[in-house]
Design a protein around this ligand. Structure first.
Ligand code: ADP
Ligand code: ZN
Length: 214
């Protein structure tokens, strides 16, 4: 199964991806995680991405499309994948379609802005694997480290100013993707304003999957 997770920053894409990856036994490809890894390593890609990410802007389509195409061509995704954070513009969605890779469903996580702001300001993230944490709903383990051993930090782009920019960018550039996939009959909308577990149950039901089987 090839899935796309769509929704505003803070809607819970990373959290659902983390759960679904285990349940469906398919890998997640997260452009945010890939770009932050490149920034940490200080590669050319990382240096370029940083100029956009720090301001809450989108990294140029050509750059993101390039890294995603390369990743999707790898063998470990033959049985399926979950895309988190891509596509984020109509041009990216078109570039993905042009590869001929079939997308089965686009899970649209619906969540209002008040909840989003609360989530993003309390969010923490593993620097190494990208696993999300939250000061209230998913506290950092007592040793201060991620399950993978990585350091857990607050993302620099999770400050109020940048969050506002990211939400604006989302409405202007990413939200139109929903209609794009609706015209392909692929969109499944799920309320993601409650807990991660409730959202996950709703996702399973919407996909017609049985929790017992997973
Ligand atoms: P969130 O969904 O919380 O905004 P992500 O980790 O998905 O977080 O993305 C963080 C930042 O990385 C974005 O604000 C953007 O600058 C950049 N980015 C991630 N994915 C893409 C993409 N598909 N196209 C352009 N920029 C991207
Ligand atoms: Zn980790």
């Amino acid at each position: 199964m090839n899935l796309i997770l769509l929704g505003p920053p803070g809607a819970g894409k990373g959290t659902q991806a983390e759960i679904l990856t285990k349940q469906l036994n398919i890998k997640t490809v997260s452009t945010g995680v890939m770009l932050r890894a490149a920034m940490r390593e200080g590669t050319e890609l990382g240096k370029l991405a940083k100029q956009y990410i720090d301001d809450g802007k989108l990294v140029p389509d050509s750059v993101v499309v390039g890294i995603v195409k390369e990743r999707l061509s790898q063998d470990d995704l033959k049985n399926g994948f979950i895309l988190d954070g891509f596509p984020r513009t109509i041009a990216q969605a078109e570039a993905l379609d042009a590869t001929g890779i079939k997308i089965d469903y686009v899970l649209s996580l619906e969540c209002d802005e008040k909840v989003i702001l609360e989530r993003l300001t309390g969010r923490r993230e593993c620097k190494v694997c990208g696993t999300p944490y939250h000061i209230k709903t998913k506290p950092v383990p007592t040793n201060g480290k991620c399950v993978c051993g990585g350091e857990i930090v607050q993302r620099p782009d999770d400050n109020e100013e940048t969050i506002k920019n990211r939400l604006k960018v989302y409405h202007e550039q990413t939200e139109p993707i929903k209609a794009y996939y609706e015209s392909q009959g692929k969109v499944i909308s799920v309320d993601s304003s409650k807990t991660a577990q409730i959202t996950n149950d709703a996702v399973f039901e919407a996909l017609g999957l049985d929790k017992q089987e997973a």
